[in-house]
Write a protein that binds this ligand. Sequence first.
Ligand code: ATP
Ligand code: MG
Length: 433
Amino acid sequence: MGYQKLKGTPDFLPEDTNKWQFVESKSRELLSRYQFKEIRTPIFEQFELFARGVGETSDIVSKEMYDFYDKGERHVALRPEGTAGVVRSYVENKLYGPEHQKPTKFYYIAPMFRYERPQKGRMRQFHQLGVEVFGSQNPETDVETMVLAMDLFKSFKIKNLKLVINSLGDVETRKVYRQALIDYLEPFKEELSKDSKERLYKNPLRVLDSKDKNDKKIVQSAPSILDYLNDQSSKHFETVKASLEALDIEYVIDSNMVRGLDYYNDTIFEIMTEDPNFGSNTTVCAGGRYDNLVEEVGGPETAGFGFGIGLERLVMLLENAQFEFPVIDALDAFIVTIGESTNKEATKLAHALRKNGMNVEREFLNRKPAKQFKTADKLNAQYVFTLGENELAEGTVNIKKLSTGEQIKLALNDLYNEDYKDLTAEIESRLKK
Ligand code: ATP
Ligand code: MG
């Protein structure tokens, strides 16, 4: 008997949520500096949106969707990624209209769902921080957005990251390249993995992305898409590279990198970690340009650029680096109660201290004073407020600063009457006397 969480789904316990809150709030600060605005879209959408948006032949749609029919016979799916929903919302809410700032820049921090084989850094419910920029074909948008992703990792002092870029050119380029790739791969057809064999004619670019060892060897000498770019795409890619160099941002080009989602064109990128504890799941951020997706989803022709960061992997990087997560809810005061008669007063005192801006915990179990002091110590309280029968009779409370052992008394009525604007400052100034 008993229940267990479903395979690949996480419980975040308080020691974890402390880390996540820190990562999220620090990320939001940086996103504000880049003027990205938060957007929140539904966790589930029409299945068709993802099938269309992400691409029918992608792993995500063909194998990993959590889809089902609801009680109204609608085919719905838990979102496997964030872009399709944001694009749908952009189109549905006509955010391309003239009253909106252009380019329009969004971010989200949200759970995603994929039916995968769970392993380290690969969950069925996981979280992405993603951004989307609509309405700019300017290659500097590609650069600024990639730099934002790099900055995010740098803001957490994460090292050993590699920015990998490539260009997929435009639709025409990929058509021509596709045939060149099929011509190259055909002689190896029988040697290819089962997945790659299936993709050879359906979506040969995905063969470049294969994780199979032998496939990897075969594609090493495949023709490079970079030799097929037209003038406009070449120029775009050259500008991106030059700007990254001007910013002293190191990158490598991998002409075999294609990305698992089908909607990209021109610049695509990944940020990989060289953290030795990471195993094979080394991509921590991935994204690129998608100039046809908005139209695909029913909107006007609108350029797009975005990325997704796997937050589980970001948190793992921080843990591996022994990152010191700050405590965000440090305890200011613990109230020790001595004797049943102080129980009610402790409630009143806790309320007054909290009104004064303090983080407060109190004794509820009427344990021996030594036990309560031990708890206060363990919780790292800055002050212990002690209410005993004597204090109650006098109308005072004893305050002890745990780090120094110094003590003072304050009148309860003064505390309750809000005579102190900044209680901590008041306590500190009295302790000094
Ligand atoms: P992979 O090749 O690792 O399966 P992907 O191409 O499916 O990655 P994207 O769809 O581009 O990944 O998602 C962007 C990022 O989200 C990934 O780089 C990774 O950090 C994270 N991510 C993707 N799937 C998962 C998952 N199942 N669990 C945890 N993080 C994930
Ligand atoms: Mg995947």
